[in-house]
Design a protein around this ligand. Structure first.
Ligand code: SF4
Length: 375
């Protein structure tokens, strides 16, 4: 673990009863649950479970903020929040075609912390620290390599690369979670990127509104406001994650003139049905967040038990389209392996396409003819 990461994560034993502590994001980070011994007292794990889980976390560590942990229904072993953050013995299972890095991000890394795969976009990873480690994470492989924060000299090389590649107009800051860094460090990154004239937009991928809403404080949002246009992409997966705290965090970002989009991942037993996904997306619209993508869970080693089928994803979109506001409906996508890009999938509404007609299927299943002016 490097020194900067150590400062972020150093543990304390301050009592959680203090409400000021509870609302302090650094306290939440420092007091995150990260070992099976602590977990066993909170979730009543059996000796056998504990022994298995020790093995799992040796490979895939875990971390849960006290806030996110408080959302778990402790009486339900299949609770959707629990499934996303508590390690499972099933992470040891081997499944056909699962890989450490199925999207081939390492191959497309042009520098440490910089992936330049698509012509006009670049992805910058600022740290591997997340307030909570999602058990379905695409970058699960990174957790094993120790905690790090991108160093100043690495960042300098990244800015120089982006500066010399005039085709890059969109920079995505990701991780890990960029918002675990100090506001000063984030500002340094934003200011440096804003000095590059061809960088038109900056996107920030963060799950802090969901895991650590206390982090979205006035200091952070008023700093970000200076560097717009910025787009925040967050990651709600279940309606239970929409709380007064997470709603207020999103509201603070939106009030700073920064739009918030949501990228869910389709997860077995968490959100892979029409009712839950409809409730989630309607709930997001109510707090001003636009449902953007519903991702098929990537075939990452250690996540096989959480992957749902493509059929389920299509069934969800079919069950939402026409039955609720179009704005509530995310685009269902599969991230192609080894950098083949995102493939959007839709239920088939086009039954036939002739030169001067089309046969269409309506949302209720009725089939009808439509005049096609042709090419
Ligand atoms: S917040 Fe994102 S990067 Fe962090 S563990 Fe979850 S999916 Fe991975």
């Amino acid at each position: 673990m490097d020194t900067e990461a150590q400062q972020i994560l150093s543990e304390t034993d301050e009592p959680p009863s203090n409400i000021e502590n509870w609302n302090d994001w650094r306290w939440q980070l420092r007091n995150s649950i990260r070992d099976i011994d602590t977990l066993k007292n909170l979730l009543h794990l059996s000796q056998t479970e504990m022994a298995f889980l020790e093995k799992v976390v040796a490979k895939y560590p875990f971390s849960v903020t006290p806030y996110y942990f408080s959302l778990i229904d402790k009486t339900n072993s299949n609770d959707p929040v629990r499934t996303q953050c508590i390690p499972s013995v099933e992470e040891e299972n081997l499944y056909f075609e699962m890989q450490e890095d199925p999207l081939g991000e390492e191959v497309d890394s042009v520098l440490p912390g910089l992936v330049h795969r698509y012509p006009d976009r670049a992805l910058v990873t600022l740290t591997d620290i997340c307030p909570v480690y999602c058990r379905h994470c695409t970058r699960k492989r990174e957790w094993c390599s120790g905690k790090w924060v991108r160093k100043d000299e690495e960042l300098k090389a990244i800015y120089e690369y982006i500066d010399s590649h005039k085709e890059i107009r969109d920079v995505i800051l990701s991780g890990g979670d960029p918002f675990v860094l100090s506001t000063g460090k984030i500002e340094h990154v934003l200011r440096s990127l804003r000095k590059i004239p061809h960088v038109e937009i900056i996107r920030i991928g963060t799950r802090c509104p969901v895991f650590l809403p206390q982090r979205i404080d006035e200091e952070l949002v008023s700093m970000m406001k200076k560097y717009r246009p910025i787009w925040v992409n967050t990651h709600f997966n279940h309606p239970n994650e929409i709380t007064s705290e997470s709603s207020a965090a999103c509201d603070r970002i939106i009030c700073a003139g920064i739009p918030v989009n949501n990228q869910s991942v389709l997860l077995n037993g968490v959100n892979d049905n029409v009712e839950i996904m409809t409730k989630l997306c309607q709930g997001l619209l109510k707090i001003g967040v636009r449902p953007y993508y519903l991702f098929q869970c990537d075939p990452v080693s250690g996540t096989g038990h959480l992957r749902s089928s493509i059929e389920k994803g299509l069934e969800i979109i079919k069950g939402m389209r026409g039955f609720t506001s179009g704005l509530a409906i995310p685009t269902f996508v599969i991230d192609g392996l080894k950098g083949q890009g995102k493939v959007p999938l839709q239920p088939n509404y086009l039954a036939e396409l002739g030169v001067d007609y089309a046969v269409l299927r309506g949302y209720k299943g009725e089939v009808f003819k439509y005049y096609n002016p042709g090419v």
